[in-house]
Design a binder for this molecule. Structure first.
Ligand SMILES: Cc1cc2nc3c(=O)[nH]c(=O)nc-3n(C[C@H](O)[C@H](O)[C@H](O)COP(=O)(O)OP(=O)(O)OC[C@H]3O[C@@H](n4cnc5c(N)ncnc54)[C@H](O)[C@@H]3O)c2cc1C
Length: 284
């Protein structure tokens, strides 16, 4: 059992970890290697680098710094956090880990899917969380857009509830899943139709299918996906925390870009420091 699991190895997560590990808490950092920093070609406004530094270099230096003081760092994709008696279970595509506390430092939400109709039908047949909204589609036909491990995890949450699931890979390779309730459709999606709610998906080749709901699970789970599944309160699509960086669930903290505010490294580092210190206070 870990004292703290930090999801995210960007400036917020690593800084939180530096404090918790040095505060004698058994710390695990899990990351999937995808960070805002990878797109930052040169960072010149962060303290201590006289010639600037690339985002990628900064990211991996941070990870090595954490490992150098004994923090466990795993490169795995987190798909879910679950509450178990007085602790939390973090599920990745490979493993499960148990911890007394969790720090979410997963960066900003990924971009929404650019398909005609997605924005229009959000909350009216388009969902981003199977465990939250699956019940609304019991015994109905739904589609899941995505082809990776996160999409499969969403399909598995829907299987006991819905009648039929069509996995829409949107032109990408098909995932490996076998169930008589699941069909795979590799066509490229053109448009989502409906009146009050989602009714139909049309493909580039002119064919279409009727569905009652669509779950978007493209790529990996982001901070809001993870937050919604466990019942964290969001505000403007960011995780809501109080002045101690606590979410509405005792023992779960959040910091960095995923809580909003100024999306800069210095702010993420400051958040991480505050979060690490507050977790130490909470557990001691
Ligand atoms: C193009 C660009 C240029 C920028 N330039 C600057 C700059 O010059 N100066 C500046 O101060 N800021 C800059 N920024 C902003 C800066 O990169 C962010 O503010 C900062 O990285 C936020 O840190 P963070 O730790 O909150 O999140 P991130 O650095 O985004 O880290 C998120 C972490 O969460 C992990 N993660 C996410 N989802 C999962 C999952 N499902 N499973 C496991 N791990 C997961 C990722 O692997 C990553 O480790 C720039 C951003 C961009 C996009």
């Amino acid at each position: 059992m870990y004292d703290v699991i930090i999801i995210g190895a960007g400036p917020a997560g690593i800084t939180a970890g530096l404090y918790t590990q040095r505060g004698n808490l058994k710390t695990l950092i899990i990351h999937n290697g995808k960070t805002s920093l990878e797109n930052a070609n040169k960072i010149e406004n962060y303290y201590g680098f006289e010639n600037g530094i690339t985002g990628k270099e900064l990211y991996f230096q941070g990870i090595r710094q954490a490992q150098n003081i004994g923090i466990d760092v795993k490169n795995e994709e987190v798909i879910k956090i679950e509450m178990i008696e007085k602790s939390f279970k973090v599920k990745t595509t490979k493993n499960e880990y148990i911890s007394k506390t969790i720090i979410i430092a997963m960066g900003t939400k990924k971009k929404t899917l650019q398909i005609d109709g997605v924005k229009q039908f959000e909350g009216r047949g388009i969902s981003y969380c199977a465990i939250c909204d699956g019940f609304f589609y019991r015994n109905k036909d739904v589609a899941v857009i995505g082809n990776g491990d996160y999409a499969i995890s969403e399909v598995n949450d829907l299987l006991p509830v819905v009648n039929k699931i069509t996995i829409l890979t949107n032109g990408k390779p098909a995932p490996d899943i076998r169930s008589e309730k699941v069909e795979i459709n590799n066509r490229t999606i053109k448009k989502i139709f409906g009146h009050e709610k989602v009714e139909k998906i049309e493909f580039d080749d002119g064919t279409d299918i009727n569905v009652n709901g669509i779950f978007i699970a493209q790529g990996t789970a982001d901070s809001t996906d993870i937050a919604k599944k466990i019942g964290l309160v969001l505000e403007n699509n960011k995780i809501k925390v109080n002045e101690n960086m606590e979410t509405n669930i005792k023992g779960i903290y959040a910091c960095g870009d995923c809580i909003g505010g100024i999306l800069q490294i210095s702010k993420a580092v400051n958040d991480g420091m505050k979060t690490g210190l507050n977790v130490i206070k909470f557990l001691k």
